[in-house]
Design a binder for this molecule. Structure first.
Ligand SMILES: *Cc1c(COP(=O)(O)O)cnc(C)c1O
Length: 380
């Protein structure tokens, strides 16, 4: 059986360094707000090339804290609108709601699965405060288009970079320094998740905000710590959201191999792209129309087919496990149906009906990749 993602194998490949470091934390007697967390924040800010990194308990909190901080700073008010892709993991939408703001769902372009800029523009109202692109599947959104739109309408940009650790935008953006920019530095503030299965994954939950904005970073950090900047003094009605020393230690070790792992993901994607018989199978992929470059870190390798369920069953029989990202779009979920169920979002629905994620892991071997390709090409 080829697993969709073999986390046990991935984490074992960091041994014995990982166990040694975890034991050191265990014996240190210091588990929160310590050296390991501070070090990881510095390393991750340096990696993303942002001035600040604020670690959090998970990715949902990282997104939510950005919005809560903007509310405390008076940039956003209750009920203000945030434009967000309709085809995303529900966390993106929930973060907006949790901060008392209003998600406005935007259709993607089918070819990229990222936000359709023209559609986004049609959603802008006097209450719109921000655009929240998601670099879905590890492929960067059209940041130039989003940047132009945000500039024209005076909107904030917040990246959901939970699937795009390390992806590089090498076309530059006005006022952002060097032309090669990483996910996390392409906006006013970005949120990352270190959920175990992400390209940079902890051994549990974790998340981070990256930003150049000192005021936003300080405010978010304080809200994440019960609204406090000084022990037992509370400035805001905060929450509790922390990355602990154990997870920070794991992440520092794994960060050092992230670029290499992402390069291997691209190699596997290249092999899929070149060797799958796309035409005969009537399959499509978001990478099929795009070059495989550093703007894509292939958190997920998606293929699209009207016969998705059949293909998945067939691959399971062949001993190849796949996943679907995601079977039900947010607006069709029971949790959001009341507000969003009536919205017509045909491209979003097509993506959710046709998407199948092939195994992609930095430790997938060439033989396994070839086997997967051969089995797919034998699908009738
Ligand atoms: C994983 C993910 C999140 C949420 O991260 P958690 O750490 O699970 O809270 C948010 N947005 C996207 C696009 C994700 O893939």
């Amino acid at each position: 059986m080829i697993k969709y993602l073999d986390l046990q194998k991935i984490n074992a490949s960091f041994e014995p360094e990982l166990s040694d470091a975890l034991l050191r934390v265990c014996h240190s007697g210091w588990y929160l707000y310590g050296e390991a967390t501070a070090r990881f924040e510095q390393e991750f800010a340096a990696y993303c090339d942002t001035v600040h990194c604020v670690s959090t308990g998970n990715g949902l909190d990282a997104l939510t804290l950005i919005f809560l901080a903007y509310r405390e700073l008076g940039v956003m008010d209750a009920g203000d609108e945030i434009i967000v892709p309709a085809n995303t993991y529900i966390a993106t939408v929930l973060s907006i709601l949790r901060a008392g703001l209003k998600p406005v769902l935007c259709e993607p372009a089918f070819e990229t699965c990222n936000m359709d800029i023209t559609y986004a523009e049609s959603l802008i109202t006097p209450r719109t405060r921000a655009i929240l692109p998601v670099h879905l599947y590890g492929r960067l959104a059209d940041m130039q288009g989003i940047y132009d739109l945000a500039t024209r309408y005076g909107l904030k940009i917040i990246e959901d970079a939970a699937q795009a650790h390390g992806a590089i935008w090498n076309k530059g953006l006005p006022g952002k320094g060097s032309p090669a920019l990483r996910a996390g530095s392409l906006s006013d503030a970005a949120a990352f998740s270190f959920y175990p299965a992400k390209n940079l994954g902890a051994l549990g939950d974790g998340g981070a905000i990256t930003t150049h904005d000192a005021e936003l970073a300080t405010t978010a950090r304080s809200i994440a710590n019960y609204g406090s900047t000084e022990k037992y003094v509370h400035l805001y009605q905060g929450i509790n959201s922390r990355l602990d020393e154990l997870q920070a230690t794991v992440l520092s070790i794994k960060l050092s191999r992230l670029d290499k792992d992402n390069a291997r993901r691209r190699e596997i994607a290249q092999s899929y792209k070149e060797n799958i018989d796309w035409q005969r199978l009537g399959l499509q992929s978001t990478v099929h129309t795009d070059h495989i470059n550093e703007a894509n870190v292939f958190h997920i390798f998606p293929v699209f087919s009207p016969r998705r369920n059949e293909l998945q069953r067939y691959l399971t029989q062949c001993g190849i496990s796949t996943q679907i990202h995601y079977p039900i779009p947010p607006h069709r979920q029971e949790a959001l149906k009341k507000e969003y169920g009536m919205q017509q979002l045909p491209i979003t629905e097509r993506i959710h009906n046709e998407e199948l994620s092939l195994p992609i892991s930095p430790l997938l071997t060439n033989e396994e990749t070839e086997h997967i390709i051969n089995r797919i090409n034998a699908f009738i």
